[in-house]
Design a protein around this ligand. Structure first.
Ligand SMILES: [Zn+2]
Length: 415
């Protein structure tokens, strides 16, 4: 079964089976010792068996691709960056037609939200990362026999893989410590996470059915259509998946998580508010022009951040539906994040105006305004200031560390 760097396991040998196929690619990234490799293979076999038993309406294919030669760590850093591993997974996916990617590494994962992580879930990319670093009971009980060690590692990897697949298929956490969707706090918690409820199974099955549907790129007309119409069609067909991915990314937390962007945007807004010319200029802008200004500010910042942080998946080969989903989702995530920041700025500047600036002062600043000052004028000034603040803020975002922004955009959970 072993061919060079790859091993493949089909749970149903009959290729001509009428069951729709579902493929999971397990990518070994970076050096992995024999004991762990063995545990990964055991886990793959158990996972394949489990999925075939629980979701027998599909034909499961699980392939291990060994990329242990990949050099991960940059000199001096102990932990490996999850977004780097996601990229490795995406590169491999180009060669195969995988529905899910699970990247497995022996290195510890760098985290941004939690002190440590055993796994990472990235819904936009249908990908998960598992790290054996903290799962390996080696450090916990030195007296354990090697086979027990391997068995426990495989058990924990399996629980983590199922947990990730649960998230990738839209499941949320459960309080029951025996449930696969329990949120594990320690590696030992994984030992008991083994079951799903009938309802969870149904939800996963429903989502898998959508995924197993004939992929768009396999339809004859898709091959003939232009890039744009392929994108439009792909977006429409996957609109629910894209909406889910955006919700999972919590774009409303962007202002809090992207501190540099937010600081730059708010500082700009404050300075603009303290400038008389802003009031004079903004109060004479018509609502139509203001709307155009806001649309431009949101588009420019979204495009700038997406390009600058290299968030789009680029394909050297033909365009696939998965690429369309990943790219449209990430643009929607950034756009929603920008809109959150914009409305946050708008609300804050408006409140600041109403509370701090007396109308008599404002009136003298907006010198060229011929009519009496109303709330509508305050709203116009606040929108103007928020739009400009956002643009400057996006330049601030370019100072966010490269991997951090990608992390915010792609990673849904550190487990
Ligand atoms: Zn979780």
């Amino acid at each position: 079964m072993r061919t060079g760097h790859e091993t493949e396991l089909r749970t149903d040998g009959d290729e001509s089976s009428s069951k729709p196929p579902l493929e999971i690619g397990l990518v070994i990234a970076g050096r992995m010792d024999d004991a762990r490799m063995q545990a990964v293979e055991t886990m793959r076999d158990r996972l394949a068996g489990r999925l075939q038993r629980d979701f027998d309406q599909f034909r499961w294919v699980l392939r291990i691709v060994n990329r242990s030669e990949t050099r991960l760590r940059r000199p001096g850093s102990v932990r490996v960056e999850p977004t780097e591993l996601l990229e490795i997974g995406q590169t491999e996916r180009e060669s195969y037609r995988w529905d899910f990617i699970i990247v497995i590494t022996q290195s510890d994962l760098r985290t941004h939200d939690k002190p440590f992580a055993m796994g990472i879930v990235a819904r936009v990319q249908d990908a998960a990362i598992l790290s054996t670093s903290r799962l390996d009971p080696e450090g916990v009980s030195a007296t354990a026999r090697p086979q027990d060690r391997g068995d426990l590692l495989a058990t924990r990897l399996l629980a983590l893989a199922l947990h990730a697949l649960g998230h990738l298929n839209g499941l949320a956490h459960m309080d029951d410590p025996h449930n696969i969707m329990y949120e594990p706090a320690t590696p030992a918690d994984l030992n008991t996470m083994a079951s799903w409820t009938a309802e969870q199974k149904e939800d996963v099955a429903a989502n898998l059915r959508l995924i197993a549907d004939v992929r768009l790129e396999e339809q004859v007309d898709a091959l003939r259509s232009s890039r744009l119409s392929f994108y439009l069609k792909g977006t429409w067909v996957n609109r629910h998946e894209i909406a889910d991915a955006v919700l999972q990314a919590h774009p409303w937390e962007f202002p809090r998580r992207l501190a540099r962007l937010t600081t730059a945007a708010f500082s700009t807004a404050l300075i603009l508010l303290m400038t008389a010319e802003t009031w004079d200029l903004a109060s004479s802008v018509s609502p139509g022009k203001l709307l155009i200004l806001i649309v431009i500010a949101l588009s420019v910042t979204t495009a700038f951040v997406t390009a600058r942080q290299r968030l789009l998946v680029r394909r050297t080969r033909r365009l696939t539906e998965q690429t369309v989903v990943a790219n449209v989702a990430v643009v929607a995530i950034v756009l929603s994040g920008m809109m959150t920041t914009f409305f946050g700025l708008l609300g804050t500047t408006l409140a600041f105006q109403v509370l701090v600036f007396r109308t008599s002062v404002v009136r003298t600043w907006a010198a060229s305004l011929q009519e009496p000052w109303t709330f509508a004028h305050s709203l116009v000034v606040a929108s103007f200031v928020a739009a400009l603040g956002l643009v400057i803020g996006a330049f601030g975002a370019s100072f966010e560390e490269y991997n951090y922004f990608r992390h915010v955009a792609f990673v849904d959970e550190e487990t």
